[in-house]
Design a protein around this ligand. Structure first.
Ligand code: C5P
Length: 312
């Protein structure tokens, strides 16, 4: 009897923004202790996994050429980790992964982690694994600090390296404008720059997280705008001083507040409603301070299967 080949599985996965990012001390393992609030945004990648005799990763879309397609690709590492965990050969998993980028590459929006999360969800369907999202998150956390959040989506409080999550109540949708920079920034470089700034002086730190959680529960973007904060912002701006101008331009264009997303260099702007976001986006794209501009809403769900179909 012929073996039935399962159809390819396509998963959509969101980018994240950190509404609050408090960076603590460096731990013995080199990571920093974090207290962060993640929100998943409607800026997404699509990842298709398929059974194939020519295994590997292919990346399409904006910034694709900057993404490695060798064994260092986070999605490929997700394939290997899940193969290992489920007793398959991690060096010959007979799987092909096609990634279509919508999330900026090296932009501080967890695009690589998102692809790993999407791959875990896709393979779990393709291989008909009986694994819960929590079990997949355990595998994912070893690949990257932001992988578990990309699996759950929504709005969540993250601690540890950012991988320990509890859901947070967020009323209504928030409207964001996202300014993509011309080149990426390396996350380890930005954390190292923060350590350097802290050894030289005392850069300001974000406040307590509780008011942020209250603002999210109230659903009032004006209240939330006053509380957005990111300890990595000073480090990202120190490495890329032009970001100061981008941040200023968004607020001048009418955003309630602007901040660097994660380790940057992407800047995100919170707007009062959908119309304001469109106006801010139009003005910002005319200001010549960034490569391109997007609008997005949050929170949105985490990685989920959107189709079983032929490979594109
Ligand atoms: O976990 P992930 O691979 O995404 O982290 C990338 C890099 O960012 C780490 O190697 C580390 O340099 C830095 N990082 C950190 N503290 C965290 C998360 C990331 O120092 N909590």
């Amino acid at each position: 009897m012929l073996a039935v080949v399962p159809p390819p599985v396509t998963v959509r996965v969101p980018a994240k923004v950190n509404l609050h990012l408090a960076v603590g001390d460096v731990r013995p393992d080199g990571y920093h202790e974090l207290v962060t609030v993640f929100q998943a945004l409607s800026l997404t990648d699509e990842v298709t996994v398929a059974v194939a005799d020519d295994p590997g990763v292919e990346v399409r879309g904006e910034g694709a050429t900057a993404v490695p397609t060798d064994a260092s690709n986070l999605a490929w590492r997700a394939v290997q980790a899940l193969a290992e965990r489920t007793g398959r050969d991690p060096y010959d998993p007979k799987v092909r992964v096609v990634i279509r980028k919508g999330i900026p590459v090296a932009g501080g929006m967890a695009g690589g982690s998102a692809d790993a999360a999407a791959t875990l969800i896709g393979l779990s369907a393709l291989w008909k694994l009986d694994m819960t999202r929590d079990e997949l998150a355990e595998v994912g956390a070893r690949l990257g600090s932001d992988v578990p959040f990309a699996l759950y989506g929504g709005t969540a409080l993250g601690t540890g390296r950012g991988e320990r999550l509890v859901p947070v109540l967020a009323r209504h949708s928030f409207h964001w404008v996202i300014a993509l920079d011309r080149r990426g920034l390396s996350t380890p470089d930005v954390f190292a720059e923060l350590d350097r700034l802290r050894s030289d002086g005392d850069p300001p730190r974000v406040g307590a997280v509780e008011p942020v959680l209250e603002a999210l529960a109230s659903g009032d973007p004006r209240q939330l705008a006053l509380l957005l904060g990111n300890d990595l912002q000073a480090a990202a701006v120190s490495l890329r001083p032009s970001l100061r101008r981008t941040l200023r331009a968004g607020v001048t264009a009418g955003a309630l507040a602007g901040m660097i997303s994660g380790s940057g260099p992407t800047c995100v702007f919170l707007c009062s409603d959908a119309d304001a976001a469109v106006r801010v986006a139009a003005e910002l794209s005319g200001a010549g301070v960034c490569r391109t501009v997007r609008v997005a809403t949050g929170p949105v769900p985490g990685a989920k299967v959107v189709a079983s179909e032929e490979l594109p």
